[in-house]
Design a protein around this ligand. Structure first.
Ligand code: FEO
Length: 169
């Protein structure tokens, strides 16, 4: 496969794996802080990010490239509040969307239309992810920050986790 595209896909593999690690760290923080609903949701989302990484992994190898296991960067382990966790996720997902768009742009430049077509799944996935996290932030803002409302917010997250209300399914 085109070497520039292969390198860029491996960079995306690294980003998706980092996303998985980041959500895992956030899930752990939420669990130890008592936000069990949010923790369940975040553990699930961490698994989804690993799935995003694996999908790229198989594609690179199937097309004659070499999918590289990246070294692991430790994400932030501590958060000020559950609100900060979801605000950070929303910003992170916007960064991922920009990275996917760059990748698609490179594939057009390199006339690798097969990979452009493969990446459409990620383009659509990012629309869903940004919308999901924007909705969660809206929910948080509606419920506000006092303790009873935080409990309600966390119960909402539990509901989302138990119904599998996450993108990419
Ligand atoms: Fe794989 Fe949340 O983007």
């Amino acid at each position: 496969m085109n070497k520039k595209v292969e390198k860029a896909l491996n960079k995306q593999i690294e980003l998706e794996l980092f996303s998985s690690q980041l959500y895992l760290a956030m899930a752990s923080w939420a669990e130890k802080t008592g936000f069990n609903g949010s923790a369940n949701f975040l553990y699930m989302h961490s698994d989804e990010e690993r799935m995003h990484m694996l999908k790229l992994f198989h594609y690179v190898n199937d097309r004659g490239g070499h999918a590289i296991v990246p070294s692991v960067e430790q994400p932030n382990l501590e958060y000020k509040s559950i609100h900060d966790v979801f605000k950070e996720i929303f910003e992170h997902e916007k960064m991922i969307t920009a990275a996917i768009n760059e990748l698609v742009g490179l594939c057009y430049e390199e006339k690798d239309f097969t990979t452009v077509s493969f990446l459409q799944w990620y383009v659509e996935e990012q629309i869903e992810e940004e919308s999901l996290f924007s909705n969660i932030l809206d929910k948080f803002n509606l419920l506000g920050g006092d303790k009873a409302k935080m409990y309600m917010f966390d119960s909402e997250m539990e509901k989302m986790a138990s119904t599998g209300e996450t993108p990419s399914e």
